[in-house]
Write a protein that binds this ligand. Structure first.
Ligand SMILES: *[C@@H]1O[C@H](CO)[C@@H](O)[C@H](O)[C@H]1NC(C)=O
Ligand SMILES: *[C@@H]1O[C@H](CO)[C@@H](O)[C@H](O)[C@H]1NC(C)=O
Ligand SMILES: *[C@@H]1O[C@H](CO)[C@@H](O)[C@H](O)[C@H]1NC(C)=O
Ligand SMILES: *[C@@H]1O[C@H](CO)[C@@H](O)[C@H](O)[C@H]1NC(C)=O
Ligand SMILES: *[C@@H]1O[C@H](CO)[C@@H](O)[C@H](O)[C@H]1NC(C)=O
Ligand SMILES: *[C@@H]1O[C@H](CO)[C@@H](O)[C@H](O)[C@H]1NC(C)=O
Ligand SMILES: *[C@@H]1O[C@H](CO)[C@@H](O)[C@H](O)[C@H]1NC(C)=O
Ligand SMILES: *[C@@H]1O[C@H](CO)[C@@H](O)[C@H](O)[C@H]1NC(C)=O
Ligand SMILES: *[C@@H]1O[C@H](CO)[C@@H](O)[C@H](O)[C@H]1NC(C)=O
Length: 804
C-alpha cells in the first residue's frame, strides 16, 4: 500500500516554505483582528500540504479577486486555476484593499477605492475565537476554534467543484464570462425542481436547458436528497442516479477539478502531480454545438475539431451586431405578414436543426402536409422534417423561433426555412463566419477604479516567482522519489473493470486470440520505444497491426481508461485503434494496418513526389491540431517523428502512437526523469529538454523538424556529414543549416536547390517548397511562444495549397 499523501505533507510544506523564503512566508491561518493585504505578495494562506493557496488574485489591470487556487503549477496566464472567488463581480483595487477577520467574527473584504467600501462579507459572528483556515481539500473555512464551522467556501462554489465538495440543492456552479474574465457568465449547473442535475444557458434574453438531452432517460426523478460528489479517485455520483468515471479513474496521486467552463461545457480536469498540464478526463457534451447560446437567434453553429466552433447566419439573414454572434442574425427581407403564399418559398438546409420552439409536433405525416402547416401559420419560421422510419412518412416540427441552430453532418433530418419567393439566396451568400479561436494573450481590461495606481513591486514579484518555481521543481523531485520507492499499485475492483469495458465500446481481445492472429508473433513490422509491432490477421480477415507494449506495467484500470480514451479519438489522419488486450502482464493494442509503412521508410522513395509530401505535411498538421483541440492540450503527442507517421495506400498520412505516453509504465517514467518520458533525440524541443512546462508547442517543434527532414532528406538524429565544399567531414545541424540556406534566398535564388531531397529529382513546386520551409522554420523557433500553434500551421500551409 502506498502511504497516504498526508504523510509527506510536512516535508512538502517545509520544502515549499524553504524555497519561498525570499518572500514573506505564507500563512497557515488568519486570526481575529488580522488581515491579508492586497499589496503584500506574502499575504497568502496556504493549506497544510501546500496544495492550495488563498489570497488576492489578479483578474485585470489593477483589479483583484480574493480567491483560492491550486498552488502548483505556479500561476501564469492561462495556467492559472482559481477554484473559488469571493468577489467575482466586483474586483478590488491593487492598493489598500484587504480581507480582514473582524473582532465580531465577520470576515470582510474591503476596497480602498471607495473609502473602505465593503465588497463582500461572510456575514458571520462569533463572540469567542474565530480563525480562517484553508483545508487540503481546497475548502477555505472560518472555524470557532473548537471544531465548529461558521462559514466555508465549499458552500458557495463559483465555477468549480473540487473532489469531496458536496454539490447540493442549495448550491450551483456558474461559468466565468470568458477565458480571462472571471465574472459570472451565462451557464449554470444546478439541481432542478424535479431533482435532476442540469446545465442551463441563462442568457440576457433567452434561456434553455441543454443537458441532459430531453430524450435521455437515465435520470431518476424522485430522490429529493439532491446531492452530488466527485470523489478523489475520479468517480462522480449524483442522487438523480447519474454517475460517471473520469478516464483516468483510480489514479490517486492526481489533482482533479470539475469546472463549468465559459464555453458552457462541464469538464473534469486532472493533473498528475508530476505534470504541469491539466488534462480533460471527462466532459458533459461531446458535441459542442448542442450547448445553447453559442450563436444567437437565426444562426447556425458548426464545429470543426481543428478550428473549434463557428457561427453563420441562415440564408436570408444578416448579423445583428457584426462581430458579436450572441446577438444573432436578423432577416434581410420583409414579409407582408409571413403567410401570403405568393410571397413564400421554402429553402432546404441539409444537416441543419434548431432546438426547441416547436409550435406543434405532427408525427407520421408527409412533407407536403408539413409544408402546408408552416405556410399557413404566419409566425412559423421554418420546419424540421425528419424520418421516423415508416414508409416515407416522417415527423414534422414547425418552429416559431430559430434558436440553438446547428449544422451537424450526423443529423439525418432536414430543415426548411421560410424565405421570400422573389429573392434568391445561395448558401454562402450573406454567410459570414467568425471563429471562436483562443485569444493569444489575456484580454485584460483596465477597470474603472477610483483609486490611482501606484508603482508595483516588480523585482520582488519576480524573485517570489523565481523562488516558487525552484520550490516547485524541488517538490516534483520529492514526488518522483516517492513514486520510485513505492510502486503505486491500484486495486481494481471488478465492478470498475466491467464499467470500463462497457464504456470503451471497441473490442477487448484475449491474449490467445492475438497470439493466433499474429501467428505466434512471427511477423514483426516495426519496433519503437513503446514496443514491437506485429502484423496480424483477425478471424474476420481484417489485417491489423498489433503493438505489444514492452514497458507497460501500468495497472489494468489505468490502462483500460487510457485505451478507451485513445479508442474514442477519431480523425482521418490518425491511426484508428480497433481494440486492446490487457491480461496478466500483457498489454497489447490493435490498430488498423497501413500497407505503405511509415514516412521514415518512404522518405527516399521516388514514389513520394512533391504533391504527396505536401499532402502529408498538411494531413499530419491537421491531426495534431485535432489532438490539441480547442486549446485544451488534451492530448499531446510528444513523439512526432517520421517513424510515427504511417501512410495508407494513397500515401495519406496517419499519425500513430498518440496517447501512448499515458500507457507507459510509471516506474520507467521515474527512472528516466519526468520530462524524458517520451520524445526522440533530434525531434525534441528545447523546452522539453529543459525543465520548462510541456505544452503543445513541443509537438509543433517536432513537426517542424519532420517537415525539414521531409524536404531535405537529412535526419536530425544522425550527425550528417557536410554536403558542402569538398565533402569535408565536419558535422552540421539541420536547423541552422536550413536557416542559413534560406538566408541566401532571393539574393542568389539557387540555394534552395542545394538542400532539396535528391529523391525529388528537382521536380517540385518552388513556391510551395519555400512556403513549407518557412512554416517549418517558424515551428522550430527556440522560444516556444514564437512558434505557431497547429491550427495556425494548418492555415499557413493551406494558403500555399494552390500555389503554382
Ligand atoms: C478538512 O479536511 C479534512 C480531510 O483532509 C476533513 O476531514 C475535514 O472535514 C475538512 N474540514 C473542513 C472544514 O472542510
Ligand atoms: C463551536 O461550534 C460548535 C459546533 O457548532 C459548538 O458545539 C461549540 O460550542 C462552539 N464553540 C465555541 C467556543 O463557541
Ligand atoms: C438518494 O440519493 C442518495 C445519495 O446518492 C442515496 O444515498 C439514497 O439512497 C438515494 N435514495 C433513494 C430512495 O434512492
Ligand atoms: C440507477 O442506475 C443503475 C445502473 O446505472 C440501475 O441499475 C438502477 O436501477 C438505477 N436506479 C434507479 C432508481 O433508477
Ligand atoms: C429572433 O428573431 C426574430 C426575427 O428577427 C424576432 O422576431 C424574435 O423576437 C427574436 N427572438 C429572440 C429571442 O431574440
Ligand atoms: C403512418 O401512416 C400510414 C398511412 O397513413 C399508416 O399506414 C401507418 O400505420 C402509420 N404509422 C404509424 C407508426 O402510425
Ligand atoms: C453545413 O455544413 C456543411 C459541411 O459540413 C456545408 O457544406 C453546408 O453548406 C453547411 N450548411 C449550412 C446551411 O451552413
Ligand atoms: C419582393 O416582394 C416584397 C413583398 O411583396 C416587396 O416588398 C419587395 O419589394 C419585393 N422584392 C423584389 C426584389 O422584388
Ligand atoms: C468582464 O465582463 C463583464 C460583463 O461583460 C464586464 O462588466 C467586466 O468589465 C469584465 N471584466 C474584465 C476584467 O474585463
Amino acid at each position: 500500500m502506498a502511504p497516504p499523501p498526508s504523510l509527506l505533507l510536512p516535508l512538502f510544506l517545509s520544502l515549499f516554505l524553504q524555497s519561498c523564503r525570499l518572500s514573506t512566508s505564507a500563512l497557515p491561518s488568519l486570526a481575529k483582528r488580522a488581515s491579508l493585504s492586497v499589496e503584500d505578495p506574502g499575504d497568502v494562506l496556504v493549506s497544510p500540504s501546500g496544495a492550495f493557496s488563498a489570497g488576492f488574485f489578479p483578474v485585470g489591470d489593477n483589479a483583484y479577486g480574493f480567491a483560492v487556487w491550486f498552488s502548483y503549477p505556479p500561476c501564469s496566464g492561462a495556467a492559472c486555476t482559481p477554484v473559488w472567488m469571493a468577489n467575482r463581480e466586483a474586483p478590488v483595487n491593487g492598493r489598500r484593499s484587504a480581507l480582514s477577520l473582524l473582532d465580531s467574527g465577520n470576515l470582510v473584504l474591503t476596497d480602498a477605492g471607495d473609502a473602505g467600501a465593503k465588497v463582500w462579507s461572510s456575514g458571520t459572528s462569533s463572540p469567542s475565537t474565530a480563525e480562517l483556515r484553508l483545508n487540503d481539500t481546497g475548502n477555505l473555512f472560518l472555524t470557532n476554534g473548537s471544531g465548529g464551522v461558521l462559514w466555508q467556501s465549499f458552500d458557495s462554489p463559483t465555477d468549480t467543484l473540487l473532489p469531496q465538495q458536496p454539490f447540493t440543492g442549495k448550491t450551483c456552479l456558474i461559468s466565468a464570462r470568458s477565458r480571462y474574465n472571471y465574472s459570472t457568465g451565462f451557464y449554470k449547473l444546478y439541481f432542478d425542481n424535479d431533482n435532476v442535475l442540469r446545465l442551463l444557458f441563462d442568457g440576457p434574453s433567452i434561456s434553455g436547458v441543454y443537458w441532459p438531452y430531453p430524450w435521455s432517460k437515465d435520470r431518476f426523478l424522485y430522490n429529493s436528497s439532491r446531492i452530488a460528489v466527485l470523489d478523489p479517485l475520479g468517480r462522480f455520483q449524483s442522487s438523480d442516479n447519474y454517475s460517471f468515471y473520469t478516464s483516468d479513474y483510480g489514479v490517486a496521486a492526481t489533482q482533479r477539478r470539475m469546472t463549468l467552463d465559459f464555453d458552457g461545457n462541464l469538464r473534469v480536469y486532472s493533473r498528475e502531480l508530476v505534470s504541469t498540464v491539466w488534462a480533460v478526463t471527462w466532459e458533459a457534451l461531446s458535441t459542442p454545438c448542442f450547448i445553447h447560446g453559442v450563436c444567437g437567434n437565426n444562426s447556425l453553429c458548426s464545429y470543426d475539431p481543428t478550428k473549434g466552433r463557428s457561427c453563420s447566419c441562415v440564408p436570408g439573414y444578416v448579423p445583428k451586431v457584426p462581430g458579436d454572434w450572441s446577438a444573432g442574425c436578423v432577416p434581410d427581407f420583409t414579409f407582408s405578414d409571413g403567410c401570403v403564399t405568393d410571397e413564400i418559398r421554402f429553402m432546404k438546409l441539409q444537416y441543419v436543426d434548431f432546438y426547441g420552439y416547436d409550435y406543434i409536433s405532427i408525427s407520421n405525416t408527409t412533407l407536403a402536409k408539413c409544408r402546408q402547416t408552416c405556410l399557413s401559420l404566419c409566425k412559423c419560421r421554418g420546419f424540421q422534417y425528419s424520418a421516423s422510419g415508416s414508409g416515407g412518412m416522417s415527423d414534422c416540427y414547425p418552429k416559431i423561433e430559430l434558436l440553438n441552430g446547428h449544422n451537424l453532418s450526423s443529423f439525418t433530418g432536414e430543415f426548411f426555412i421560410k424565405v421570400p419567393k422573389n429573392k434568391t439566396f445561395t448558401l454562402d451568400q450573406l454567410v459570414k463566419r467568425s471563429q471562436y479561436t483562443c485569444p493569444p494573450t489575456p484580454e485584460v481590461k483596465v477597470l474603472d477604479r477610483t483609486y490611482s495606481k501606484k508603482r508595483k513591486n516588480g523585482p520582488l514579484n519576480f524573485m517570489l516567482w523565481f523562488a516558487c518555481v525552484v520550490g516547485g521543481i524541488e517538490m516534483v523531485v520529492v514526488f518522483l522519489v516517492w513514486f520510485f520507492l513505492i510502486k503505486n499499485q491500484q486495486d481494481v475492483t471488478s465492478a470498475h473493470q466491467s464499467h470500463l469495458n462497457t464504456a470503451t465500446g471497441f473490442k477487448r481481445f484475449t491474449y490467445n486470440e492475438l497470439k493466433k492472429a499474429t501467428r505466434n508473433f512471427s511477423k514483426e513490422i516495426g519496433r519503437g520505444a513503446g514496443g514491437i509491432v506485429y502484423k496480424a490477421v483477425l478471424p474476420d480477415d481484417r489485417v491489423v497491426a498489433v503493438k505489444v507494449l514492452s514497458t507497460a506495467t501500468t495497472g489494468e484500470a489505468d490502462f483500460l481508461a487510457e485505451a478507451s480514451t485513445i479508442g474514442r479519438v477519431n480523425h482521418i489522419n490518425l491511426i484508428r485503434m480497433w481494440g486492446y488486450c490487457a491480461e496478466g502482464n500483457h498489454r497489447l493494442l490493435v490498430y488498423e494496418f497501413m500497407e505503405r509503412g511509415s514516412l521514415a521508410q518512404n522518405l527516399s522513395s521516388p514514389e513520394l513526389h512533391w504533391k504527396r509530401r505536401f499532402d502529408i505535411a498538411v494531413g499530419t498538421a491537421k491531426s495534431l491540431a485535432y489532438l490539441h483541440e480547442e486549446c485544451l492540450e488534451w492530448v499531446l503527442h510528444c513523439d512526432v517523428k517520421p517513424q510515427n507517421i504511417l501512410l495508407d495506400s494513397d500515401y495519406q498520412p496517419k499519425v500513430a502512437d498518440f496517447g501512448l505516453s499515458k500507457l507507459m509504465d510509471r516506474g520507467k517514467v521515474m527512472n528516466s526523469g519526468f520530462s524524458r518520458i517520451r520524445g526522440t533525440r533530434g525531434y525534441m524541443a528545447p523546452d522539453w529538454v529543459s525543465n520548462l512546462p510541456i505544452t503543445s508547442k513541443v509537438d509543433v517543434y517536432s513537426y517542424g523538424i519532420v517537415l525539414l527532414e521531409m524536404v531535405t532528406g537529412i535526419s536530425p538524429t544522425t550527425h550528417v556529414d557536410s554536403l558542402e565544399s569538398g565533402g569535408d567531414a565536419k558535422q552540421i545541424r539541420l536547423v541552422p543549416w536550413v536557416r542559413n540556406k534560406m538566408k541566401g534566398l532571393g539574393r542568389t535564388g539557387s540555394r534552395l536547390e542545394e538542400m532539396v531531397h535528391p529523391a525529388l529529382r528537382g521536380d517540385y513546386n518552388l513556391k510551395q517548397m519555400e512556403g513549407l520551409i518557412k512554416v517549418a522554420l517558424k515551428c522550430v523557433e527556440e522560444d516556444k511562444n514564437a512558434r505557431p500553434n497547429m491550427s495556425q500551421v494548418v492555415e499557413m500551409l493551406l494558403r500555399h495549397e494552390n500555389d503554382s
